[in-house]
Write a protein that binds this ligand. Sequence first.
Ligand SMILES: *Cc1c(COP(=O)(O)O)cnc(C)c1O
Length: 448
Amino acid sequence: MSTSSRAFSTAQVQAGFTPGVAENTAIPSIHQSNAFEFTSLTHARDLFALRRDGNIYSRAANPTVLVFERRVTELEGGIAAAGVASGQAAVAVALLALAKQGEHIVAARQLYGGTVDLLADTFPDWGIEVTFVDQDDPDAWAAAVRPTTRALFAESVTNPIAQVLDMRSVAAVAHSAGVPLVIDATVATPYLQRAKDFGADIVVHSATKFLGGHGTSLGGVVIDLGTFDFSAEPARWPQLNEEYARVRGASLVERFGATGSPYISLVKTKYVHDLGPSLSAFNAFQLLQGIETLDLRMDRHSANALKVAQFLESHPAVAAVHHPGLESSPWNHLTSEYLARGAASVFAFDLHAPADPEAAFGAVEAFISELEVIRLVANIGDARSLVAHPASMTHSHMSTEQLSEARISWATVRLSIGIEDAGDLIADLDRALSTVPLTHIAARAAHH
Ligand SMILES: *Cc1c(COP(=O)(O)O)cnc(C)c1O
């Protein structure tokens, strides 16, 4: 069967792996080897010159990692991918390959905390400027673009508030500026949304989360969707169109433009090679195991999360629920277009709690301490349901102003709903919510 015609559920189990002729293993092997033996010095020379494909050293390429890269590439509808050690590494190398010192990136304000640190703190140290905009404001995206802009960056579904990006409108801004749209699709996964269908050019994932799905292995991946033509304006992309010192005699576009991805070649041979955030064979194996059940898990995650969100919305101790599947969500109108298979299972809600941060912290702490099924863990996308308190955990370094821009208060609780029984999750939340003192609710109601 041609690979383009196979269904998502077939690709997630089979893509990228041809059972080995030598070992006949039915599932991908863990190739736990730092390096690979050459048949001759001429063979070695050809591999080092990128004239031939093959394994040299596992920092640059590993056969188990390669299966993972091919499988994710097919699920996203891309042309090539680079597997890396973490989602954080994926975001970093994806953007470093596009923007260098003196250049500029426009990014959504509503990003994962680690990405905010990278873009707001570390990139400026390196002379890469970043402008943050409200992702729901297309005019703000357009106004932020400069001649030196090299990428637009956003998450398709944000964490913890689960904002749904109107990706088509941001893609239109990127393409009229002549730069690619880079999307962090960690929360949506290619099952709930294929970013390529909505104008994205490059996708990154923290595979640590839903792709792996079981909370065991860090990993990340950068996928070139093959939609952006880096040779259309060669002067803008010298790293891809000028002779590449590491290949000699050719640019990456000349070498890989017809058959592969010049961009992913740059990510691998320069940024992963030089900075070293390689994905281990063992973690790639774990991530592949997770991907095999991606559609089954995402359907359950998504259905469970909607039931939990509906329950929370009806509870008197809950002030607001930030889930795009609810009609009360400002992003509900985007879900039928962008998340037709279901909304993601990472979302947040606000307890009815006093406005004072310390008092609100106390109320959230009392609530969380009563949870028995849902665990207090700083992670998302696990098979287990997890709870977190953004204001004191993931977003603790943010100012009050940044928190309120992100719609996070001290009473905001984040959930990553797992694949357990929805009734057990709801019973757990119901019991814990009974600890929220109703006096706060009465006081707030009287106040408003
Ligand atoms: C977790 C996460 C990251 C970072 O991934 P790691 O694998 O933890 O390095 C990046 N983006 C999003 C949206 C995330 O949730």
